[in-house]
Write a protein that binds this ligand. Sequence first.
Ligand code: ADE
Length: 240
Amino acid sequence: MKFDVLTLFPEMFEPLRQSIIGRAEEKKLIDINLINIRDFSKDKHKKVDDTPYGGGAGMIMRADVVYEAYKSINDKDAKVIYLTPQGKVLNQKKVENLSKEKHLILLCGHYEGIDQRVIDKIVDEEISIGDYVLTGGEIPAMVLIDSVSRYVDGVLSEDSTFEESFSHGILEYPQYTRPETFENIKVPEILQSGHHENINKWRRCQALENTYKKRPELLEKAELSEEDKAYLLDIAKNKK
Ligand code: ADE
């Protein structure tokens, strides 16, 4: 999967090239190509922004400079995403759908924004990473690349993605590792029983309970079995 990132601050993406995403790039499972919008400025001082027509605070990124940077990519089939707080808020379903694309172009704004004419001309979709305002689209672009790359074949172990799809919209169960006793607290006994069916049932109940306590609103949209629903009813009754 290819990501082309249109940005004024390519250095900001350095931390992304660590750990799992770094290895995925080395293995050529994903390709992150950073394009510095400033390289496409025809101005002798490499200016990329100007004051807003109609007045007001801040500077606006110029349409012509952004458009030249976009044209350098030369792939009509790529999906162009503009990271902006005005976009639809990213969620796991959206992440999964985006991972089916072959080529994403991520446009990162900075300053007070980008001239609307180039947004209208090139952008297919606007995405926000949450209802708060950041100083630019670089961190949101990294969030998108990281979350989408996890779904690319070979980036994570088969088990991790299987377990995630199994959880179908609820939170994960708690995990434990050595030492067996930490500050007098033992690992739940069932996890050492070797009985995989019982362990899976226990984990499912823990995941449901976790979701009920921490993010109950997720349960409304989650895919739940009759057994799950019965268990949730039990939790609700015990809470009264
Ligand atoms: N740019 C600034 N804030 C943003 C946000 N919350 N999501 C996406 N892009 C942004």
